[in-house]
Design a protein around this ligand. Sequence first.
Ligand code: NAI
Length: 241
Amino acid sequence: MSEKLALVTGASRGIGKACALELAKAGYDIVVNYAGNAEAAEKTVQEIKALGVDAEAYKFDVSNKEEVDKSIAQIIEKYGRIDVLVNNAGITRDGLFMRMSDENWNAVINTNLSSAFFVSQPVVKVMMKQRSGAIVNMASVVGVSGNAGQANYSAAKAGLIGLTKTLAKELGSRGIRVNAVAPGFINTDMTKDLDTSKFTDFIPLKRLGEPEDIAKAVKFLAVDAQYVTGQVLEVDGGLII
Ligand code: NAI
């Protein structure tokens, strides 16, 4: 077992999985949180272990405070520390604002924003005892720029950016850094139903991003950037310059 532990939420696929693998390459043991797909989570665990560090899958719904509290308590009891937290889990429920249901508003706010409150609070408690730690929140360029048809998602991601900056100010003196990554269009299950060919025209780098592009930025903020806190790093091929 390594002396450093990273917890990545929603890590059984997509960007979360890439972040888990990148942090494993940097020598971290990894807790792979997942919501439902145990098989995919176990596959991620095996891929991480093949890199020479330890990994374990923990099933909990990040939007359910009781489940989160129970699971984080188990993780801390077992490992004794959490050095890096990546609040990655997220969903979309797109629709125009005037037609948006309460259900779709609440689901997106709870899963993308309240989840970061639920997960970070018990994790910060242990980071404060350690007097060290790094949190990276997975925002989005639409949290910076807004996007028609995504009022719930843009509001949640903008909220994450506000949370990031506030926690950076509150926790810096405790040795805890808090940053956010704002991805543009990334090739994952989340974007697989979009006709992304029409977006590449507007992207200066003329391609969609890959999960690994985001994972490298997350690893930079979590591990390398020891004098960086409260920042939002846009990783979007230049989409919202
Ligand atoms: P994805 O849909 O492949 O992955 C999302 C992950 O979150 C899945 O593993 C899913 O099971 C997990 N998840 C969802 N609800 C959960 C819950 N209640 N509890 C625990 N886990 C839960 O999509 P992708 O693209 O990998 O998304 C990862 C993050 O990146 C999300 O926060 C998303 O909003 C953000 N993002 C993605 C962009 C893209 O273009 N793909 C662009 C900007 C931000």
